[in-house]
Design a protein around this ligand. Structure first.
Ligand SMILES: Cc1cc2nc3c(=O)[nH]c(=O)nc-3n(C[C@H](O)[C@H](O)[C@H](O)COP(=O)(O)OP(=O)(O)OC[C@H]3O[C@@H](n4cnc5c(N)ncnc54)[C@H](O)[C@@H]3O)c2cc1C
Length: 372
């Protein structure tokens, strides 16, 4: 059976691995010209660690966990002059001490390496049209290439093209959580070795995460949805600079300059995706495309890996009864997704308090003196 996977990130690479291993003929189409390797370290938690073991990548993942895995605090909040005022202990941002934090690009490379040579990768291309005839799916790509597949898996993230083409416009399913985030690579050594330091003002967050071998600036801003082209770097920079402007203090000027100078920025709305059903006919969604919990959940990567495993396992169990297989996959994943999506607004309010009084009460709760 031939399957087309749209998106070569955590969900797409994971499902390609499993489908190939179960004997499907797999093609992966990725819109970017190569695997996208930006982003800060991400968490692999709970059952996703078992999935990693079953994929034979647990050892590599463990070996490449980031150097801060043993640090004492998730972040230290500082005042405008860099003086520590509050500390967020690790346990507020983890499910268990066994959680693994790994650079997103390292995980992408590990997943990609694990995939057998039979899987075809098509970069710089995107699904244009999808026609489910009942017996197969006819797909045309933007490059002009067209083909027929038994199934299409949409693993193309929050702004999924497959979801838009088959299930309906994005605004029906994506909920903006009144926040945007940006991540930018900083010169090595521009942070405090192995530590995370954050400066907050009402509705804004400036953070430097130092992972010893890599330093990442992490900004967030509370705002309703903004109109911009999320594939145009210059437009992203313009919008972000306007949103973050006016907050002198600590190292915010340095971070603003880093945004202006970078050619590799991750900037997106903090959103969740809520859909009544993740499959229609022969097309099925996984990962953020189906059920983004937002990066404040810390569980998006684990859900993507677990979901890919369930989907491929169920489809392999009853390949000619895809509706039943997709139904079982959804049943297995729904409770996990509900748990991951709940409580995210609370985490957001906590990390990026919107008002002066929310900011004050958070800082008082985790005051440096109280932590001692
Ligand atoms: C560049 C990048 C950086 C990220 N950084 C972080 C981070 O620092 N922290 C965090 O918590 N989460 C981050 N995320 C999100 C995180 O990877 C996901 O929440 C989670 O791992 C689930 O992954 P996913 O594969 O479902 O979706 P995503 O990781 O969003 O991947 C979607 C993939 O589909 C591709 N794609 C999109 N549209 C098309 C199309 N039309 N045709 C073909 N391919 C398409 C994208 O280029 C991307 O490779 C980042 C995502 C990306 C893409």
């Amino acid at each position: 059976m031939a399957v087309l996977v749209s998106g070569a990130s955590i969900a797409g690479l994971s499902v390609a691995y499993w489908l190939d291993r179960f004997g499907f003929d797999v093609t992966v189409v990725e819109r970017a010209p190569a695997l996208r390797v930006s982003g800060s370290p991400i968490d692999i938690r709970g059952d996703a660690l078992q999935v990693a073991s079953a994929m034979g990548i647990a050892e590599k993942v463990h070996d490449q966990r980031v150097a801060t895995s043993g640090r004492n605090a998730f972040t230290t909040w500082v005042d405008a002059h860099g003086g520590p005022i509050a500390v967020l202990p690790n346990e507020y941002a983890a499910d268990s001490p066994d959680d693994i934090e790994i650079a997103r690009d390292n995980l992408i490379a590990i997943l990609h390496e694990a995939i057998g040579p039979g899987v075809e990768f098509v970069y710089n291309d995107s699904i244009d049209t999808v026609v489910d005839t009942g017996g197969e799916v006819e797909v045309a790509l933007s490059s002009g290439r067209s083909d027929r597949y038994d199934h299409v898996v949409g693993a193309d993230g929050i702004h999924s093209t497959v979801r838009e083409a088959v299930f309906g416009p994005e605004h029906q399913f994506r909920r903006h959580l009144d926040t945007y985030t940006a991540l930018v690579d900083l010169p090595l050594g521009s942070g405090t070795s192995g530590e995370s330091i954050t400066f907050s003002t009402p509705g804004k967050m400036f953070c430097i995460n130092d992972y010893v071998h890599r330093t990442i600036g992490f900004m967030a801003v509370r705002t309703p949805e903004v109109d911009y082209d999320n594939r145009d770097l210059a437009d992203q920079k313009l919008v972000l600079a306007a949103l973050l402007d006016g907050e002198g203090g600590w190292r915010s000027d340095f971070l603003m300059r880093s945004i202006a100078e970078t050619d590799r920025l991750y900037f997106d709305s903090v959103s969740q995706v809520h859909m009544p059903q993740w499959s229609q006919g022969r097309v099925v969604l996984i990962g953020d495309a189906a059920h983004a919990a937002s990066l404040f959940s810390g569980r998006g990567t684990s859900l993507a890996m677990i979901g890919a495993h369930h989907l491929a396992t169920e489809l392999a169990a009853t390949p000619s009864e895809h509706a039943e297989a997709f139904g079982r996959y959804e049943q297995l994943m729904r409770p996990r997704v509900v748990t991951a999506q709940e409580g995210v607004s609370e985490a957001r309010d906590f990390l990026v308090p919107a008002t002066e009084s929310e900011l004050r009460s958070r800082n008082e709760r985790f005051a440096v003196d109280a932590a001692r």
